[in-house]
Design a protein around this ligand. Structure first.
Ligand code: 9MR
Length: 446
């Protein structure tokens, strides 16, 4: 009996073993490659590249002229490649192509990787369509009183309908010593705006970074300090009533530290936390028709700062003391993400406030890894300009105030000395020709 049982068990085991396949023949599934951004962009091609897939025999690459791959290029339709890169050539300058990759392992073909867009470099001049004629909203540029002539002025008048003073409408310049105002530069800018029918945005009445030394070292009581600030705001806003249509009353009041309390500025120290409200009230009283803005940076990149800014707006709005929010938008080609910028817009629009993208510049070299602006980076920067403009363009017209770019030529940007290294954050070259960033702005309007 035992021998029979043992024989049965042996037979069954042999049968099971014969049915199972050897390791080599086991069915395998090819993993999915991830496509990286295109590199080596030239005026007729680029290099596609992607991640290695475990034991893949080869990869199949598609290149198309449409993001949905409905128009595959005949030479690049499931093109088999054993390496992890493919030089794609014979393409047309200025056109955006898309690629995706599958891995092949034995009989198995993976699903498609992500799709990557690659814009073929166009070497000719960029389109010169004037921004203000292409946009349905006010497009702004910063000005300096000693640069309101020549080619700079020609470009301002051709491209922009809104101007902001880069630094001459700040307290240290307008109120350099106790009891003595200096409006020489502001008058020039105001006259230029009036003569040329440009909207002039006032920037910025109260900013911790532009406090004259006599105010930092104020001699007098807190009540006297407050009276001085009231006189300053009233004097300036009244002087330009009807000519300066909007003011950043308080700029950058939110601290960057954790919890984002109010920055401990001289104004907070001497006047208390409600200094903000007082300043807006004095500005409102001086010119009730003037649009009052609160302006700050990292509005998109920091959710906590965004919440703190919206809280300031809510407190002011309760008493009808604010009309709009300025998101400075000193950003880089890497971020913040579109969703974060959209959150700024959504919070502003839902509060029924005007939106000003007030100081746009886009660093192309935030990591200081370049010594010259490469075509790839110029295109990445262009795409970020396009993304920002697209978001602004989609804001309901009633909430759009303006989109202001913080500087004309790259070499004039504050960022170079601030970060101490080369960058190309703006829309114009040294010879005032338009960069790809300018084309990105135009494309964002479509
Ligand atoms: O770009 C401005 C620079 O030329 C001035 O020296 C500086 C101080 O007045 O202000 C710069 O502009 C700042 C703006 O007024 C507020 N947000 C940050 C900007 C860059 O520092």
């Amino acid at each position: 009996m035992k021998i029979r049982q043992a024989l049965w068990i042996l037979c069954i085991s042999l049968f099971v073993l014969s049915c199972s396949k050897s390791d080599d023949a086991v069915e395998v599934t090819a993993g999915v490659p991830s496509a990286y951004g295109a590199v080596n962009l030239t005026n007729d091609g680029f290099t596609a590249n992607w991640t290695r897939v475990y034991r893949a025999d080869k990869y199949l690459v598609d290149v198309a002229t449409k993001a949905d791959f409905s128009t595959l290029l005949p030479n690049y339709t499931a093109l088999p490649v054993t390496a992890l890169t493919l030089n794609v050539s014979g393409l047309t300058a200025g056109i955006t192509y898309y690629y995706r990759v599958r891995a092949v392992r034995g009989e198995s073909i993976s699903v498609f990787s992500n799709a990557v867009a690659a814009e073929i470099i166009s070497t000719g001049p960029e389109p010169t369509t004037a921004l203000k004629s292409a946009a349905n909203f006010n497009v702004g540029m910063i000005v300096r009183s000693n640069r309101l002539t020549g080619i700079t002025s020609d470009i301002i008048l051709r491209e922009f309908d809104n101007i902001t003073s880069e630094y001459e409408m700040k307290m240290d310049k307008m109120y350099p010593s106790k009891g003595t105002y200096d409006f020489t530069a502001v008058d020039k800018i105001v006259n230029y705006a009036t003569d040329n029918k440009l909207n002039l945005h006032g920037h910025a009445l109260i900013w911790h970074n532009s406090v004259p030394s006599w105010v930092t070292n104020f001699v007098g009581t807190n009540a006297e300090f407050e009276a001085m600030v009231k006189d300053y705001i009233t004097t300036v806003v009244t002087r330009y009533k009807g000519k300066i249509k909007s003011w950043d009353v308080v700029n950058e009041a939110v601290d960057d530290g954790s919890g984002n309390p109010l920055r401990n500025s001289i104004f907070k120290q001497k006047m208390g936390d409600d200094y903000i409200k007082k300043c807006y009230q004095w500005a409102r009283d001086a010119d009730p028709a003037c649009k009052l803005f609160y302006n700050d940076y990292n509005f998109a990149s920091s959710a906590t700062k965004r919440a703190a800014i919206f809280k300031i707006a809510d407190d002011l709005k309760k008493d009808n003391l604010i009309d709009g929010l300025g998101a400075q938008m000193h950003i880089s080609y890497k971020g913040p993400a579109a969703s974060e910028i959209q959150a700024v817009v959504d919070g502003t629009v839902s509060r029924k406030l005007l939106m000003h993208f007030s100081e746009l510049d886009i660093q192309a070299n935030p990591d200081n890894d370049l010594t010259a602006l490469t075509p790839e980076r110029a295109i990445s920067q262009k795409n970020k300009y396009k993304e920002v403009v697209k978001i602004f363009n989609a804001i309901p017209a009633a909430n759009q105030y303006a989109l202001t770019v913080w500087g004309m030529r790259d070499s004039e940007s504050w960022l170079l000395s601030f970060w101490g290294h080369i960058d190309w954050p703006l829309m114009y070259n040294e010879d005032y020709s338009a960069k790809k960033a300018h084309t990105g702005f135009l494309e964002g309007l479509k």
